[in-house]
Design a protein around this ligand. Structure first.
Ligand code: FAD
Length: 490
């Protein structure tokens, strides 16, 4: 096995993820090539703190933490193959490689995330949703099994057909988050897997902030929420459509909407047009190409018909800010169940137009949810939030240490003001439904920022936390695999 120490030129690349706020100083980074090598690294690490890294995209310091003694990097376990009716996806594979290999090899896919470089290991264990999820559900809705190296170095394969404690271990990997139970080396999906659309209609539009006063802004975000509420059912006419509304701060100049629909869905062009009108109304200014988090998208200001893989590659790689090697970031999330109250629309407007903010990469992003996702009972997988209609992601990107305080404060204040009535966090209720574990937020376990009395684990997992703890007690009772917000033994 390749073992990298502090003197190795590769060390710096392997001890920080994409968010440069977090770095680890481990004595070694292991780069196993096989499951057996993972098992021997885990066995040898006994008593020392080991963190697991697949794509390095964690929003928090769960992987790249100062207290970590060793890192296990799964990059080399990235094989995607098919045998005996089962697809196997290596935990170290990046999402775009997974999409390309599954689609070009067998004409199938998983309904995972948008960004090309996210690793399967963290993404799938946390649920995994993307532009096909309203049509096809979450990635974990299709998961058949996982191969896991346990704290004692044993390797087990547990599946949907497992019983007893093994069934709990499998279930814990359907949204319980990474870094709590063991090292996943492979994810298994049974055939037939999702067939992606052969073509999609994609549109990317932007609205200049000069067109947005408070009323127009409320119509825009309110329109996004209303469309998703109306089309929330698994059989809704809009189930084949997903979109992202990128509400950049006013100093950016524009806000953007990117929408995609399966071109073969009934009345696809009309459904897409109705979505654009429902959100943008008379703000539609087709002469503008979208800009913002997803960069400029010239040529998409009118819906374009594209082969699915080409559209997926384009949308997944067109995020210039994420290629910044000095990237620093802060994020917070909320699941939304209904339309938004006027007070929240007002608060969003206030923070997105605050005159003291000068960073154009501060934003609130709304992502489609609902549709097929809501066809699954909350207890079937570890993902408890099944009737939400969209998610909100509060975030800021910047690149220098001296800008940390101001950017973090903006995200924190915005979030605390949005959920002021429930202790500064989106406590599950009529409007919101907690937070997405794959958008982890350390502040949820800090009583300064979460005064709701609802613990972080209930915001992520709600009633499913008890079963996650049962799995943890059975499979890692000494808490060998842990981080700031890992599942605690019961
Ligand atoms: C730019 C960007 C875009 C994103 N887009 C989406 C999206 O569209 N949809 C979505 O659902 N999410 C999205 N996410 C969130 C993403 O799913 C999570 O950040 C995910 O956890 C990243 O996985 P990773 O392997 O890259 O991260 P890592 O930092 O390597 O790991 C994340 C967590 O999982 C654990 N882990 C990693 N590998 C394993 C393993 N093999 N076994 C056990 N535990 C493991 C780590 O210890 C850590 O706790 C996005 C994130 C970013 C940064």
């Amino acid at each position: 096995m390749n073992v990298i120490g502090p003197d190795d030129p590769r060390y710096a690349d392997l001890t920080a993820g994409i968010n440069q706020r977090y770095a680890a100083k481990p004595s070694a980074v292991h780069l196993p090539r096989t499951t057996a090598e993972v098992a021997s690294a885990v066995s040898a690490a006994a008593g020392r703190r080991l963190s697991i890294r697949s794509g390095g995209h964690c929003f928090e310091d769960f992987v790249h933490h100062e207290g970590v003694d060793e890192i296990l990097d799964l990059t080399a376990l990235s094989e995607v193959n098919f045998s005996d009716g089962v697809f196997s996806v290596g935990a170290g594979a990046r999402l775009h490689d997974v999409y390309e290999k599954l689609y070009l090899g067998w004409g199938v896919t998983i309904p995972g995330g948008i960004c090309y470089s996210v690793g399967a290991g963290g993404h799938i264990t946390g649920g995994g949703y993307g532009l096909l999820s309203r049509r096809d559900g979450l990635t974990v809705d299709h998961l058949y099994g996982v191969e896991v190296v346990l704290a004692d170095g044993r390797t087990v394969v547990v599946t949907r057909d497992s019983a007893g404690a093994e069934a709990d271990l499998f279930w814990a990997h359907t949204g319980g988050g990474g870094g709590s139970f063991g090292v996943v080396t492979r994810f298994l999906f049974e055939a037939p897997l999702v067939t992606p659309p052969s073509e999609v209609l994609v549109a990317a539009l932007s609205v200049p902030w000069t067109h947005l006063d408070e009323r127009a802004f409320a119509r825009l975000l309110g329109g996004y929420a209303r469309w998703h509420h109306k089309h929330r059912a698994p059989d809704a006419p809009g189930r084949a459509l997903s979109s992202l509304l990128m509400l950049n701060h006013r100093c950016n100049g524009t806000v953007g909407l990117v929408a995609q629909i399966d071109a073969a869905a009934p009345h696809a062009a009309r459904v897409l047009d109705e979505h654009l009108s429902a959100v943008l109304g008379d703000l539609v200014t087709r002469e503008f190409a979208a800009a913002g988090e997803f960069g400029p998208m010239p040529g998409l200001s009118r819906p374009r018909r594209l082969p699915w893989l080409r559209a997926t590659r384009f949308l997944g790689t067109n995020t210039p800010v994420l290629n910044d090697p000095t990237l620093r970031a802060e994020h917070k999330s909320a699941y939304v169940r209904s339309t938004l109250p006027e007070s929240q629309l007002r608060t969003a407007y206030e923070f997105l137009t605050r005159p003291d903010v000068t960073n154009p990469n501060t934003m609130l992003v709304a992502f489609s949810y609902g549709g097929a996702i809501s066809a699954v009972d909350p207890a079937v997988t570890a993902v408890a939030q099944r009737d939400s209609t969209f998610k909100l992601l509060y975030q800021a990107f910047w690149s220098t240490v001296d800008a940390d305080a101001g950017n973090i404060a903006w995200v924190r204040d915005f979030y605390r003001s949005m959920y002021a009535e429930t202790g500064g966090v989106p406590v599950p209720g009529e409007v919101v439904d907690g937070c997405y574990v794959n958008y982890p937020d350390a502040d949820l376990s800090d009583p300064v920022w979460n005064t709701s009395g609802v613990p972080w684990h209930d915001l992520y997992f709600k009633q499913n936390y008890a079963r996650l703890q049962r799995a943890k007690s059975a499979w890692d009772p000494r808490d060998f695999f842990h981080h700031r917000q890992s599942i605690r033994p019961a």
